[in-house]
Design a protein. Structure first.
Length: 789
């Protein structure tokens, strides 16, 4: 029997394995991240992952590897992204440290100069979104010296695991700054990740598990700037200070966001003329990196010691007939090809596989042919099973190099050489995900890209098989023909009998119905990542928990639903269209000032200007005693306000600001006019007392607050949500946890709970555990009943 193994991953880390496949529809290369099963132990992990993926579905940039979707396969989840040709930065640093390749300071700063603007772009386009997992393992360096960030949708999902800082670093290589409570995956976490990447690049090696966080200050003090000639100089004070602020060593001076770090980094490069963060230094380092991988000394020596002849590692063998692969039955994994009956042909010598995306030059190496050993005359034992050849992208397989043929049997008539094997194309993505077996492919599997010992085990096993092939040249041919005929008979019989038996034995899975309606209709329906048509629609689903995703106008909506067998669940959602522009209310004291926005005159204050593009705008108010210039940031669907005093002298400020702290989005109104939402960082108000109306129509929340705004200052307002009522029951009974806190045993009646979303867990010693997500509102009490049987 031959051992069946799944395909070797392209890259592995604490998140899972990455493999490459081909999209059968468009022919694009895709990269699939198969997540570790341990990450899926928390029920909210998948929900957070799908919600973040839907949220960033329209966020596309050359700095980021596009995430297409999240798919389910037997045993776990897979993230499908566009494949980026290149090598992970962690692999480059590892090889550089092992082979003593010097990464000079200009090449390191070239990568940092690409990383910081890329993260700043994400922070500016999605102000409440962070990558959260920035590290060398999630950064790809392309052959053109360009940096690409991968897997930017996983931060919120990993945050649901609630790992401590030490576990996040040791298992996932995720660095988070110190915080009072649980670790937060926010903008400061991204800045910390950027700082650690920059420190590793300056050091020229990856950081070890015992170096973060306690040895980071010592490593920063020991860091030196390496130049191309090999000289070492101390880091400049400005660069060392920037690294310290990015690493959050002093929280009082630390960067809080990537745009702030970007502005400071550009100042460092402008002040220090000795640093040239250009692509020339990085391209030079990459060329030396590729040359070190193609160095024939290390792989040749290893092969020579295994074969017992040092000269054989360098000899140029005479030409031999190409290897012919006979047709075999379809393997379990679409990523490997059987070479069971190829023992009659010589095996190619091992070759070093460069990283994906780099085109290596062919080294000019020559050696004298080596005479193979004479096979023994006694009866040879039956040949062992031939090894399995695992074919992994890139999709072109080079023909094997010829070696000296073994001694032949008595001469026979020359037969025409069989045709050369065709290149093996990467598998289709749908076949790949369906054939994944998480039990057969442990996370600890050695990655495919291992320049120290590539494919030596397979080559040695093939050479061992060829030694037995010469013992029985004629008898094996008849044996293969007989085996092939027997296999064809068995396959034909099974093809006729198996469908009949399966039709009789296949049980019918219990189904339920999900009815989905939206206003307006026509939204795309996705259930567990699979498209189910357009609303309104009725979808038949297997009983159990599912993830419903609706894509229409505005931001996609992700909702967890539970379908019972034989029952129908209805979902109705309003999908309001998100406006593409914002509005600006301009007021002046006294009224009558002329208003110009971005150099275009708009009218006289007070003035309401609509259809302004999102972004920063300059507002100029012209009065009799001077002009007032202000800059305002416009957000889509939000009305911003500007109140400018037009006084002659320098009176005290006539306006102030209000800042809200709320766990959810709440509209802020005054006198029936919408001022903004609690998500806005600051809302400008006239100085004095204001009666504000706070509303959230979805939760039925409505409250009034009286706020005194002092001139020229920011007033902070904390909003505490009121409590609703929930009634919980279970059959026969169950212990109840709400948001991780034990409440008691059912029945539970009239339990006060804060309005908003909550996760409820039912546990029974005999019937196990069930999860349910509910949304508590002020309109009516929530009644929840769970059947534990």
């Amino acid at each position: 029997m031959t051992s069946e193994r799944p395909e070797a991953p392209l890259f592995s880390d604490g998140l899972g394995d990455r493999v490459v496949a081909v999209d059968n529809t468009a022919g694009d290369l895709l990269q699939i991240l198969r997540l570790r099963p341990t990450l899926l132990s928390v029920a909210s992990f998948e929900f957070a992952l799908r919600e973040r993926t839907a949220r960033l579905a329209n966020f596309r940039h050359a700095y980021y590897a596009r995430v297409r979707r999240v798919d389910r396969y037997p045993g776990g989840l897979a993230i499908v992204s566009d494949h980026v040709e290149g090598t992970r930065l962690s692999e480059i640093l590892r090889v550089a440290a092992e082979r003593h390749l010097q990464l000079d300071i200009n090449a390191a700063l070239c990568l940092v100069r690409q990383l910081v603007p890329a993260v700043a772009l994400l922070h500016e386009n999605a102000r409440d979104v962070a990558h959260g997992l920035i590290g060398p393992e999630r950064l790809i360096v392309t052959p053109h010296a360009r940096l690409v960030i991968a897997e930017h949708v996983l931060g919120s999902a990993v945050e649901q695991l609630q790992y401590p800082r030490e576990k996040l670093w040791q298992e996932l290589r995720v660095a988070l700054p110190q915080s009072a409570g649980a670790p937060r995956f926010d903008h400061r976490a991204d800045v910390t990740g950027m700082g650690l990447v920059a420190l590793a690049l300056v050091l020229g090696r990856p950081l070890r598990g015992d170096e973060y966080p306690h040895r980071i200050p010592l490593l920063l003090n020991e860091a030196r700037a390496r130049t191309t000639p090999g000289e070492e100089q101390p880091l400049s004070a400005s660069l060392r200070g920037w690294l310290a602020r990015a690493l959050q060593l002093d929280l009082r001076r630390a960067f809080t966001s990537a745009p702030e770090a970007l502005a400071a980094f550009e100042e460092v490069l402008g002040e220090d003329n000795g640093y040239v963060a250009g692509p020339v230094s990085l391209e030079t380092f990459l060329s030396r990196y590729i040359a070190s991988l193609l160095d024939p000394m290390a792989p040749s020596a290893a092969f020579a010691s295994a074969s017992g002849s040092s000269a054989s590692a360098y000899a140029a063998p005479p030409p031999a007939a190409p290897v012919a692969v006979p047709p075999v039955s379809a393997p379990e994994s679409p990523w490997h090809v059987s070479v069971r009956d190829v023992t009659a042909q010589p095996a190619p010598p091992p070759r070093t596989t460069p990283p994906v995306g780099f085109a290596p030059p062919t080294p000019d190496v020559h050696r004298a042919p080596v005479e193979p050993p004479t096979p023994p005359r006694q009866a040879a034992p039956p040949p062992p099973p031939a090894p399995e050849l695992f074919v992994t992208p890139p999709p072109v397989v080079t023909p094997p190099r010829a070696v000296a043929p073994p001694p032949a049997a008595p001469p026979r008539a020359a037969a025409p050489p069989p045709p050369a094997p065709k290149p093996v194309a990467p598998p289709d993505i749908t076949d790949l995900i369906g054939a994944l077996d998480p039990k057969a492919a442990p996370i600890g599997h050695e990655p495919l890209f291992n320049p120290d010992a590539p494919f030596t085990a397979h080559a040695h096993a093939q050479a061992h098989a060829h030694a037995h092939a010469a013992a029985e040249p004629a008898r094996s041919s008849w044996r293969r023909i007989a085996i092939l005929v027997a296999v064809l008979v068995v396959i034909g019989t099974a093809a006729i009998v198996a469908p009949r038996m399966l039709r009789k034995a296949a049980p019918t899975a219990p189904l339920g119905t999900l009815a989905v309606q939206t206003n307006p209709p026509g939204a795309q329906i996705f259930v567990d990542g699979v498209e189910k048509g357009l609303t309104p629609a009725r979808v038949s689903l297997s009983a159990g928990a599912h993830i419903l995703e609706l894509r229409g106008r505005g931001v996609p909506r992700v909702i967890p639903v539970t379908v019972a067998a034989g029952a129908e669940v209805s979902q109705y959602l309003e999908l309001p269209q998100t406006p593409a522009t914002g509005s600006l209310l301009v007021q002046s004291e006294p009224a009558g000032a002329k208003v110009s926005i971005d150099g275009v005159e708009r009218g006289v204050a007070p003035l309401n200007v609509n259809d302004l593009a999102p972004g920063e705008h300059e507002v100029v108010l012209q009065g009799d005693n001077g002009n007032v210039h202000q800059k305002v940031v416009i957000q889509a669907g939000v009305t911003a306000s500007v109140l400018a005093p037009m006084a002659t002298a320098a009176p005290p400020p006539a306006s102030g600001w209000i800042s809200f702290r709320s766990p959810m989005t709440i509209d802020v109104r005054e006198g029936g006019r919408l001022l903004g939402t609690t998500d806005t960082e600051r809302i400008m108000m006239t100085a004095g007392r204001h009666e504000l109306l706070l509303t959230n129509e979805t939760l039925g929340y409505r409250a009034t607050r009286a706020v005194q705004v002092p001139p020229g200052k920011v007033t902070s307002v904390a909003i505490e949500l009121p409590q609703g009522v929930i009634n919980i029951n279970a059959s026969p009974w169950a212990e109840v946890w709400i948001d991780g806190k034990r409440i008691g045993e059912t029945p539970i009646g009239n339990l006060p709970i804060a309005i908003g979303g909550h996760e409820i867990v039912f546990r029974h010693p005999q019937f196990g555990e069930k999860h349910q997500a509910v949304s508590v509102t002020m309109s009516a009490p929530v009644r929840l009943s769970m059947d534990m049987k």
